[in-house]
Write a protein that binds this ligand. Structure first.
Ligand SMILES: [Zn+2]
Length: 61
């Protein structure tokens, strides 16, 4: 699946969790911070952590 960078509209083909290309990400957050964001979002998605919160709150209702 191809997504587009929200800042410069260039195509992102590596399936990352954020719609921001590497040059824009480096410009906005800096290289180190951007890599941390990509890696944090990628691992959270892989483990399903992003959805655990909603499952828990549905149960509480
Ligand atoms: Zn961009």
């Amino acid at each position: 699946m191809v997504s587009k960078c929200v800042y410069c509209r260039s195509e992102i083909t590596d399936g990352r969790a954020v719609d921001v290309c590497t040059p824009c990400g480096h410009g906005i957050w800096g290289k180190k911070m951007f890599e941390a964001i990509i890696s944090n979002m990628g691992s959270a998605r892989d483990k399903g952590d992003l959805y655990q919160g909603s499952v828990t709150s549905n149960k509480a209702l």
